[in-house]
Structures are given as structure tokens and as C-alpha cells.
Design a protein around this ligand. Structure first.
Ligand code: ATR
Length: 285
């Protein structure tokens, strides 16, 4: 049996195993399983050993390792190096190769809704790996201006420097919270509002979402975060994180297996797994 790992901490109710195992079955790849492998940050050494074991053929990497794992890998794709974050690891000739499929997943989630960010003023809350991938994707799609908003200023500055190097003509602002209300696209790339802390929002207290904005939360559990509920109440168009999860997963699947990802199967499995989690948590009160 070969294994694909999901590395992160805590992993809670991730729906990636259900989605990826359904894809493996649909493509008749019977000798491979996708399994959760929860690893806290202090276990980086064990994590790398687990990845190097012969039965491991690749992995997904999630919070909080997307950036810290970079320096432990043998090679990085150009994209992962430029974004400064890895969410997918592929084993090639025994080497651990880091790649990033979040940027693709993010853009694809906009594309399927026919949203073109070219020229738009965009605010991104967060400055971790997910925010970096979203910012990179938006810069590449010719966003007009990107405003980076984060609790820890130093991380926004670091991300802005990285973006500036690759996109020197990009309009960038850091921690300009007043710009949030004048944005056409508002993105939550923090982990605030994720289950079980479903009553928290990364937006400032009493923030009034602009009516004509598109508001995108990269969190998929719950599907309607407080951030999105508040935005919707003000008349904004809202997008949850499920579609991005599906498309980043599809691209990862293709990198590991060399086969075309069965998108429909993955969407069905991901939706069913999420519904099941939502039902279980509502029963618990
Ligand atoms: P990922 O790689 O998935 O983006 P991460 O690197 O841990 O995960 O980043 C999480 C993001 O959520 C960060 O921007 C973090 O802000 P800090 O850089 O200040 O840590 C943000 N975040 C997490 N909890 C938060 C909270 N309670 N309030 C505000 N921001 C928070």
C-alpha cells in the first residue's frame, strides 16, 4: 500500500481524505490511500521522516506548516518558491518536491463564477500561506490594487516585499483598514471563523461590507462563516471556500498520479463529507 499524507495541526474534520480517496477509487488507483497525519510544529523532523519513507508518495500540507516546511524539502517548483508556501509535496526519484496548487484553486474558484479580478481593488485579510497564494494569483490575473491586512504587520510587510519582487508595477498597500470599505473584492485568508470558532470574524467590529463587493472566504467549514453571513446581510455577493478546496485538490491529484482529476466525483465526495460534518455538529448542539 502507498500513502498520501495530509500534514497539518490540528486537522479536525478535514474533508480532503474523503475527496481524494473518492478520486483514487474513481481512477481505479486501488493501492494508494490518502490519510490524515496530524503533526504539531515541533514535530517537523518526524514529518520529514514520514515523507521520506518509501511507502509515502506525496502529501498535502496545511496550517501551520505551509511556509515552515519549505526549507526542509529537496526541491521547490518555481511557483512554490515565488509564493513562499507549499501545499503539495510530490515524491520524484526519492526527492521531496514542494509545489503550490492553492493559487490555481483560488483563481479557478473565481473563474467558474465568471469573476475576472483584472483591474479590481482587492483587500486580503491574512498574510500566511493561503493569503500569499491568493495575492500571487490575483497579481498574476492583473488585479488593480492589492491591500494586505494582517494582525501581525511584519508578515504583511514580508508578503508585500515578495510580491513586489515578482510584480514591480503592482499597486500594493499594507494594513490600510480604511480601504476595506472601498474594495471590490474582499478575501478572508485568515483562519478566523473556522469551525469550531464559528462566531468569529476577521473583519473589524461593526464593519459594514460594501453592497457591491464580492466577498470570498477561503474557509470552507462552516460553509456560511460569520464573515460571509455579515457580508450577505449587507447585500454583498459571497463565495465560500469549498470550490477552492476542490480545485486545489484536483491539481494536487494530477501532480501525484499523472491522471486527470475526476472533478465531479471530488465535488460530490467533498460536499457529502462537509454535509455530514455539519449534521454531526448541529446534533451536538
Ligand atoms: P495558512 O498557511 O493556512 O495561511 P497561517 O500561516 O497559520 O496559515 O496563517 C494564518 C493567518 O490567519 C495569519 O494571517 C494569521 O495572522 P498572524 O500573521 O497575525 O498570525 C491569521 N490569524 C489567525 N488567527 C487570527 C486571529 N485570532 N485574529 C487575526 N488573525 C488571525
Amino acid at each position: 500500500m502507498k500513502y498520501l499524507y495530509l500534514l497539518g495541526y490540528p486537522l479536525g474534520h478535514s474533508i480532503s481524505p474523503a475527496m481524494q480517496n473518492a478520486a483514487l477509487r474513481a481512477c481505479d488507483i486501488r493501492a494508494t490511500r490518502y490519510v490524515k497525519n496530524p503533526m504539531p510544529p515541533e514535530k517537523m523532523r518526524e514529518m520529514i521522516l514520514a515523507l521520506r519513507a518509501p511507502h509515502c508518495i506525496g502529501a498535502n500540507v496545511t496550517v501551520p506548516h505551509k511556509q515552515t516546511i519549505l526549507s526542509h524539502l529537496d526541491e521547490l517548483s518555481e511557483l512554490a518558491r515565488e509564493i513562499g508556501a507549499v501545499n503539495t509535496i510530490i515524491k520524484r526519484d526519492g526527492k521531496l518536491v514542494g509545489d503550490n496548487t492553492d493559487a490555481y484553486g483560488f483563481l479557478q474558484a473565481l473563474r467558474v463564477r465568471r469573476i475576472n479580478p483584472a483591474g479590481a481593488r482587492v483587500s486580503i485579510l491574512g498574510a500566511g500561506g493561503a493569503a500569499a497564494a491568493a495575492a500571487y494569483a490575483l497579481a498574476q490575473a492583473d488585479a488593480g490594487e492589492i491591500i494586505l491586512l494582517n494582525r501581525t504587520l511584519a508578515r504583511s510587510v514580508e508578503l508585500a516585499d515578495r510580491l513586489n519582487k515578482k510584480f514591480p508595477y503592482l499597486g500594493l498597500a499594507i494594513n490600510d483598514w480604511d480601504a476595506l470599505a472601498q474594495s471590490q473584492l474582499i478575501i478572508n485568508a485568515t483562519s478566523v471563523g473556522m469551525s469550531p470558532r464559528v462566531d468569529e470574524s476577521p473583519a473589524p467590529k461593526h464593519f459594514v461590507f460594501p453592497k457591491h463587493a464580492i466577498v470570498f472566504d477561503l474557509v470552507y467549514n462552516p460553509p456560511a462563516t460569520k464573515f460571509l453571513r455579515d457580508a450577505k446581510q449587507n447585500g454583498a455577493r459571497v463565495i465560500g471556500g469549498l470550490e477552492m478546496l476542490i480545485y486545489q485538490g484536483a491539481r494536487s491529484f494530477e501532480l501525484w498520479t499523472g491522471q486527470r482529476a475526476p472533478i465531479r466525483v471530488m465535488r460530490t465526495a467533498a460536499t457529502a463529507a462537509l454535509n455530514e460534518i455539519m449534521q454531526t455538529s448541529s446534533h451536538k448542539g
